[in-house]
Design a protein around this ligand. Sequence first.
Ligand code: IMP
Length: 179
Amino acid sequence: MPDRSYVIDQMISAKSIAARIEDLAREIKAEFAGTDRLIVVGLLRGSFVFIADLVRELDMNVEVDFVETSSYGNAMESSKEVRILKDLRGEIEGRDVLVVEDIVDTGHTLTHVLHLLESRAPAKLRTIALLDKPIRREVDIKADWIGFEIPDEFVVGYGIDFAQRNRNLPFIGKVRFTE
Ligand code: IMP
């Protein structure tokens, strides 16, 4: 449980997220037009809502798989050390893969996962992040598609948590401490 009280101010509405996902899905379908079965890999747990909405906009053959990395725990600070807690169930060699991340913050998580997946020789490896906080970047990485660029705020909702809370909000909100 967070030990300080906070309120959540809406930053991106559910409607704006849905509209943006429609556009992103169009671009992704064009990029993978020749792909037989795309493997969509969600990074747990923050991407679970995003990936659910995104794959339902992709009217093409997709498989869904997940990777879980060590996360912030209950703190708001990022960690340079990324550990794989759960690996893919399936093989990706020679396959087309789309990695789905909730937020690219320092960039360590996405960099680590991409290195791991690249070492397994996929045919094509692309990335999408719902949110990007470029000002926080510590390693030089950018997702191929980004839903929204946001300032240096701590956000929750639409799958994203603060100490495991608020994942079920339908919108993205920013945390504002009240004490
Ligand atoms: P990075 O390794 O610093 O890029 O961190 C990526 C991960 O940190 C994301 O997948 C989120 O799980 C978490 N994260 C980064 N910013 C926030 C935030 O504003 N709210 C909640 N989680 C965040």
